[in-house]
Design a protein around this ligand. Structure first.
Ligand code: ADP
Length: 239
């Protein structure tokens, strides 16, 4: 897969820049910024993006765009693999979009679709790599590779490993319509299944045991003898 990396010192967010580039009908572009001044997560929640992190967005024009959750899965697999390889840390995935190490968030992933004459998808990845410290509001919940390992990391190397793994899954499974392959690999890294969870959904709180993942990437939660399908996008989940 051919791709180009556009590197910026500072952007409002790499997602914003990728959206701008999609209007020029570009794709297979990776937007990277050293700093984001307005990084955000799902539901426009603030994403702290100071110097030392890996902030990037992958702009794609996929053949099909019905199951975007699978691209979030592909990105989280790629991130976990890169962290395990470069930092030797046993990172895991928390459904639907976080990569953590011992419960502390190392990385968030945000997948957004842009639908029009052509359909584009932007997969945003924010990984805490070389930050020394965090702002107060996330100090107890976030971690960086440097904070855990007490050394500096080569962000370019981590980034390239993520890109290679991501495109491998994207080309060989996503675009060839093999969602089961993606879900199978993803399950091997996910530690949400089997846990007691509380999901805050638009319909209210649902508590129960996470029992599995459906074909489209939704979380199945067994609550009071009923299995409920929780769709990504409208929930936050707590163990
Ligand atoms: P959620 O974890 O509920 O899925 P998001 O993925 O949308 O939330 O990410 C936004 C949340 O992540 C913020 O509300 C904040 O608590 C936390 N956060 C913000 N910046 C960082 C960061 N650099 N590292 C770890 N967590 C962060």
């Amino acid at each position: 897969m051919n791709y180009k990396i556009y590197h910026f010192k500072s952007l409002t967010s790499t997602q914003d820049k990728a959206k701008e580039l999609s209007k020029k009908r570009l794709s297979n572009i990776i937007v990277v910024a050293d700093v984001q001044t307005k990084g955000h997560g799902r539901l426009k929640r603030k994403w702290h993006s100071g110097k030392g992190g890996l902030w990037m967005s992958i702009l794609l024009k996929p053949i099909k765009t019905e199951s975007l959750q699978l691209l979030t899965f592909a990105a989280s697999i790629a991130v976990v693999r890169s962290i395990r390889k470069n930092a030797g840390l046993k990172a895991n995935i928390k459904w639907p979009n976080d990569v953590h190490c011992n419960g502390k968030k190392l990385c968030g992933i945000l997948t957004e679709g842009i639908f029009g004459i052509d359909n584009y998808v932007i997969v945003g990845i924010g990984l805490n790599a070389n930050q020394k410290s965090f702002p107060n509001d996330i100090r107890s919940t976030a971690a960086s590779l440097r904070g855990i390992r007490h050394r500096l990391f080569d962000i370019g190397k981590i980034r390239n490993d993520i890109i290679i793994s991501f495109f491998d899954i994207y080309e060989n499974y996503y675009n060839k319509n093999k969602p089961n392959k993606i879900i199978k690999i993803w399950r091997g890294y996910c530690d949400t299944i089997g846990k007691d969870v509380t999901a805050a959904t638009r319909r209210g709180k649902i508590s129960g045991k996470a029992t599995g993942i459906s074909k489209d990437g939704s979380l199945m939660v067994k609550s009071k003898n009923k299995t409920i399908k929780i769709i990504e996008g409208d929930i936050s989940i707590r163990y």
